[in-house]
Design a protein around this ligand. Structure first.
Ligand code: G3P
Ligand code: CA
Length: 253
């Protein structure tokens, strides 16, 4: 990547919130990210059995809560009764699974929101529901609101782009097969961001993505070494469990 010798702007994206320090995808983790001056919070959106959009990473609740079963098979009331904090430490007991509504209301305008549609193939019509929630808040023209939507499911992102043409779209992958000239050119038709795992990031890839007019955000940083590597690669954003690894000078908490 081209080096100007000037201080580069890299967006600091708190992965599932500041999930190194607080239970992922809870208000505790998102508030911590804001305290740590992250530029964005990253959230994983899924849907309850009765249609509520909820923030949780795994398709099952087992790892991060005291419940069991698939998110899609549980009602919102059932999901909301779970403890989503204790797995990270008893001091977080009582943290709840947030709703997409709550995240938008609490954080839009305050911190950027990188919205991942997690396994949208399990939730037919979730793209329309997400688009509706954003439109209700006039966030479908988010020039200044820092809203991005991403997924590993490319068809879902094509659909999202047609529903919300002005909202930036990202494609997620950890596959080298998606870094060919042809694959990248195809993504650039509807995507504004190409978001690879850091294991497949090279200087050439960053240059190629930029020359196709896209930005590049990479994940998931869980060590200072990984953060330093991505800073070196000149990516546009770094998605990290530890916001302080990306810019220690910003840390003030
Ligand atoms: O934002 C990128 C990253 O979140 C993708 O992987 O599994 O943590 O959702 P995952
Ligand atoms: Ca994610």
């Amino acid at each position: 990547a081209e080096s100007t010798g000037e201080l580069r702007q890299v967006d600091n994206v708190a992965h599932r919130g500041a999930s190194g320090y607080a239970p992922e995808n809870t208000m505790a983790a998102f508030d911590k990210a804001v305290d740590m001056k992250a530029d964005y919070i990253e959230i994983d959106v899924q849907r309850s059995k009765d249609g509520e959009l909820v923030i949780i990473h795994d398709t099952k609740v087992d790892r991060t809560t005291d419940g069991t079963g698939y998110v899609k098979d549980l009602t919102f009331e059932q999901l909301r009764s779970l403890d989503a904090g204790s797995f990270k430490g008893e001091q977080f007991a009582g943290e709840k699974i947030p709703t997409f509504d709550e995240i938008l209301d609490r954080y839009h305008g305050k911190v950027g929101i990188l919205i991942e549609l997690k396994a949208p193939e399990l939730y037919p019509g979730i793209e329309e529901s997400v688009a509706e929630e954003l439109k209700e808040r006039n966030l479908e023209h988010p020039q200044n609101e820092k809203i991005i939507i991403q997924s590993f499911n490319f068809d879902s992102m094509k659909k999202m782009d047609s529903l919300l043409p002005k909202v930036p779209i990202g494609v997620l992958t950890s596959s080298k097969a998606h870094t060919t000239e042809q694959a990248l050119t195809d993504f650039a038709v509807y995507a504004d961001y190409f978001n690879p795992s850091y294991g497949i990031v090279t200087e050439d890839l960053v240059d190629q993505v930029h020359s196709l007019g896209m930005k590049i955000s990479s994940w998931t940083v869980r060590s200072q070494v990984a953060a330093d590597f991505l800073l070196d690669m000149d990516v546009d954003a770094i998605i990290t469990d530890y916001p302080d690894y990306v810019d220690p000078r910003k840390t003030n908490y």
